[in-house]
Design a protein. Structure first.
Length: 202
């Protein structure tokens, strides 16, 4: 698969051998995330399952070390298959230690709106950079590489949800993304945006 290098960074397709480094970045980026509460083992199996199901992800590396990643999902996975009693107990313990996370879970019991993804669309479900790799323009290049690669795979649009206002503004401003919907969980507003993979993706 094609690789792209820019300055000291290399962008390429995500591989199973990248999972350990991806999990570390996930833990650093989403400390209060619900998935994080299940622990490293769960996250490792989750990313492995996404890749084994044929979903596409890409990474950016520096000196052969993964410093960022994004994952697109077009094939659904059943995460309950990798749950066991130890993981559930670990999750409960994490909730007790982090009240904010518990509040998010209780709020989510009413159901988080699902994203309707068309046959020719792909959901950008995860994107993260290592803390010392942010604000360097790496994220925008990573998204662009992701766009080029999924367009080559026949996808015509990208849809994603985020509560990061700067990120949603970036998608709207730079990708001409349209707002699909908004929803609120535990006082945090999420925005769902979608954009087409047009001629600017080269």
């Amino acid at each position: 698969m094609a690789e792209f290098s820019s300055k000291d960074f290399k962008y390429r397709q995500m591989e199973l051998s990248d999972v350990d480094e991806i999990v570390e970045i996930h833990l650093q980026s989403f400390e209060d995330g619900i998935l994080t509460a299940f622990g490293k083992y769960f996250l490792s199996k989750m990313y492995e399952l996404y890749l084994r199901k044929g979903n596409y992800g890409c990474v950016v590396t520096s000196s052969n070390k993964v410093i960022g990643f994004c994952l697109g999902t077009s094939n659904a996975v059943n995460l309950t298959k990798i749950l066991n009693l130890r993981l559930v107990l670990n999750f409960i313990w994490s909730l007790l230690l982090k009240p904010r996370m518990l509040l998010r879970v209780l709020s989510g019991l009413n159901g988080v709106p699902s994203i309707e993804v068309g046959n020719k669309d792909i959901e950008l479900s995860h994107i993260a950079l290592a803390p010392n790799s942010r604000s360097l323009g790496i994220g925008s290049e990573l998204v662009h590489y992701f766009e080029v690669e999924v367009r080559a795979r026949g996808f015509c649009g990208i849809i994603t949800r985020t509560h990061n206002e700067a990120l949603s503004d970036y998608y709207i401003r730079e990708k001409a993304a349209s707002v699909v919907s908004r929803f609120n969980r535990s006082g945090v507003e999420y925005i769902v945006v979608k954009w087409s993979l047009g001629k600017y993706v080269e």
